[in-house]
Design a binder for this molecule. Structure first.
Ligand code: GLA
Length: 384
């Protein structure tokens, strides 16, 4: 509540009038299903309580004004007609990219004044950029009566990120921010965006999910993400399928036997086994066997570390320390190369585990990690 007032007051101070409204969109963690979304596969994220807030008013003169409370600098003023892909390397490319994507899709957006602030840690693999995109998309959808569905907003935000910002990411993060519900994880088929909300109330079962931000800044722009994506596309082409999602788990060995390139084989093995892990986690959660998902998460980490090769020493240290200290399971979450890991734990073990991870980081000479509990929270919404 306080944050909403602050964002309104800051808007008034910047732009000299009350905003038309205030919107919120969260960051996410992904429970399971990593690097599957650009292979038309399955993912299972849930929304964090950390979110981006936007106070927004419409304008009708072709001007977009942007300001962030979190970044030094004044108000950026852009002309809508000047917005063009990959011309902006600043944070403004995320909200501006959304405006560009809406207009390019034919939606009559004629301008806006926007003031943003976010509690989603940036560079931590928790989708701070998707939160910024989705909060702006939802606000403009409401203010311009565009009538777009949540999944359509997610697609437009992905387009903003892929084309305008120039990062080749999948559809998971934007869909999570736009579509998640409190108390649930979102089982998403990224091929057709079919969704199922799976109840995920760990506290009621005496468990907790910890997020450990390693403070190693991840970056998609370093090209490794794009290389994995290209390798997966190569694998699909060699196997004669549209996407790796189309390789059935039962046929994995036969598919691998047809691939000569060791690197492509590893990528394919990760994606096909990861899709199977998502389905296994869904089945376990639906049958009430929540504790049994722990080992599946840890298995997923090994696959990301050894086959997909997107982990890093700090993420591996969180997982090995947590598992050795009695966690039910642990894995890196998000794109990797830094960012965050998740740890599934009995509520009674949280303090011991946190301490063990902090001590292991100190002993290894790593920057102290940031550990917090993640409770599945609400997706994007208008807050005032
Ligand atoms: C990043 C991307 C997502 C997804 C994950 C890996 O978060 O934005 O689209 O590919 O990495 O699962």
């Amino acid at each position: 509540m306080a944050a909403q007032h602050q964002v309104r007051e800051a808007f008034v101070a910047l732009y000299g009038a009350e905003p038309d409204g205030v919107w919120a969109a969260p960051g996410r963690v992904n429970l399971i299903g990593e690097h599957t979304d650009y292979n038309d596969g399955f993912v299972m994220p849930f929304a964090l309580p950390h979110e981006a807030l936007a106070a927004v008013s419409r304008r009708d003169d072709g001007i977009l004004r942007l300001h962030s409370a979190d970044i030094e600098g004044g108000v950026a003023e852009l002309r809508l007609d000047d917005l063009a892909p990959e011309t902006d390397e600043a944070w403004t490319s995320y909200p501006a990219g959304v405006v560009w994507a809406l207009r390019e899709a034919g939606h009559p957006v004629t301008g806006a004044d926007i003031h943003l602030t976010s509690t989603v840690p940036s560079g931590a693999g928790l989708s701070s950029s998707a939160a910024l995109e989705v909060v702006v998309a939802l606000a403009l959808n409401d203010l311009y009566d565009l009538g777009l569905q949540r999944w359509q907003l997610a697609r437009l935000c992905q387009r903003a990120e892929n084309v305008y910002v120039g990062a080749p990411t999948g559809i998971m993060d934007q869909t999570a921010s736009a579509c998640c519900e409190a108390g649930h994880a979102l089982f998403l088929d990224t091929r057709d965006l079919a969704q199922k909300q799976i109840p995920f109330d760990l506290a009621a079962e005496g468990m907790r999910l910890l997020v450990v931000d390693t403070r190693v800044k991840h970056a998609h722009s370093n090209g490794e993400y794009g290389k994995r994506r290209a390798g997966c596309e190569k694998g699909a082409a060699l196997l004669g399928v549209d996407a790796l999602r189309d390789v059935p788990y039962a046929d994995l060995d036969a598919a691998l036997a047809r691939l000569d390139d060791e690197e492509v084989r590893r990528l394919v093995r990760h994606v096909v086994t990861e899709d199977e892990r998502v389905e296994r986690v869904v089945a376990l959660l639906e049958s009430g066997d929540t504790r049994a998902i722990g080992p599946v998460l840890t298995e997923g980490h090994a696959s990301l570390r050894d086959d997909f090769r997107v982990s890093c020493p700090e993420l591996d240290l969180v997982v090995s320390t947590a598992v050795a200290a009695g966690a039910l399971g642990a894995r890196m979450t998000g794109g990797g190369f830094g960012g965050s890991a998740i740890v599934l734990a009995e509520a009674a073990d949280v303090d011991t585990l946190t301490k063990a991870i902090e001590e292991a980081f100190a002993a290894a000479g790593h920057t102290a990690p940031r550990v917090f509990e993640a409770v599945p929270s609400a997706g994007a919404r208008r807050v005032s």
